[in-house]
Design a protein around this ligand. Structure first.
Ligand code: HEC
Length: 237
């Protein structure tokens, strides 16, 4: 009798194991996980280096006299993934540890003389938070990022301002207005809309300086968004 029970136990244990070990297909952490309520398209909420992080460095740090290859202040060259990861004393970016990363620290530094970008207002909170999240998620090098594109209903505040904020204002603000172009105010933006220099420069048309300087051309989608917003009257909407 005892043997029968042992046997039954063994059978059920083996049975349970077989069930438990029936492998679920490995599920990567979903990166596309919400739906855009307006278009019903999936929205990519993951961070992708080339799309979300690199433009911040290129437009706020990797300028001549600051942290491009030629100037490399304090040894920091911030013009691409490899340089950003292996720059300065190598504590610039410590994957998974934003607070231990000197580059992140410099953005949130209390001492205004040490805070980066030097002599400028701090980066917008949203950009600082993005850099923090990118580091804490492992500071991966994302390339060939999905580019989400909605060229309908582009407004200044939700469409155009973020593009300028991410790609341009580091070199075009009230302190540093290259070519007299200040893209932090609506008036400043309007003046380059009206003289055609905004579109000419981002579309890389001949006769204009190609913008954003030192970085790749904006995506076709972003250029189209700017174009459509201008065609609709370039309103401060
Ligand atoms: C790394 C610095 C930097 C970034 C980033 C940058 N610019 Fe510029 N921009 C300059 C400099 C420097 C000039 C002066 C002209 C030159 O040296 O080519 C300039 C000139 C311009 C001009 C005048 C062009 C002309 O032909 O008269 C416009 C318009 C302009 N930028 C718009 C933008 C826009 C829009 C962006 C973002 C998409 C941007 N810039 C990003 C540095 C930058």
């Amino acid at each position: 009798m005892k043997r029968i029970w042992m046997c039954a136990l063994l059978v059920s244990v083996v049975f349970c194991f077989t069930i438990a070990c029936k492998h679920e297909p490995f599920q990567a952490v979903p990166t596309v996980n919400t739906n855009d309520t307006t278009t019903n398209q999936p929205v990519d909420t993951s961070i992708c280096f080339e799309r979300d992080i690199l433009p911040i460095f290129l437009s706020n740090c990797a300028m001549g006299g600051c942290h491009n290859a030629a100037s490399h202040q304090e040894g920091y060259i911030l013009d691409g993934y490899n340089n950003i990861m292996n720059t300065g004393d190598n504590d610039g970016i410590k994957p998974f540890d934003a607070n231990g990363s000197d580059i992140y620290e410099s953005l949130v530094e209390d001492d205004i003389d040490k805070r980066m970008p030097q002599g400028m207002p701090p980066l917008p909170q949203a950009q600082i938070a993005l850099i923090k999240r990118w580091i804490n998620e492992g500071a991966q090098n994302g390339t060939n990022c999905v580019v989400l594109c909605d060229t309908n209903n582009i407004t200044y505040n939700t469409g155009i301002k973020p593009i300028l904020q991410q790609n341009c204002v580091g070199c075009h603000n009230s302190t540093l207005a290259n070519d007299g172009v200040n893209l932090t105010t609506f008036t400043g933006v309007t003046s380059v809309v009206q003289d055609g220099r905004l579109l000419g420069s981002i579309k890389h048309q001949s006769g204009f300086s190609f913008m954003p300087q030192g970085a790749s051309k904006l995506s076709d989608c972003k250029i189209r968004q700017v174009e459509k917003w201008i065609a609709a009257g370039a309103l401060e909407n």
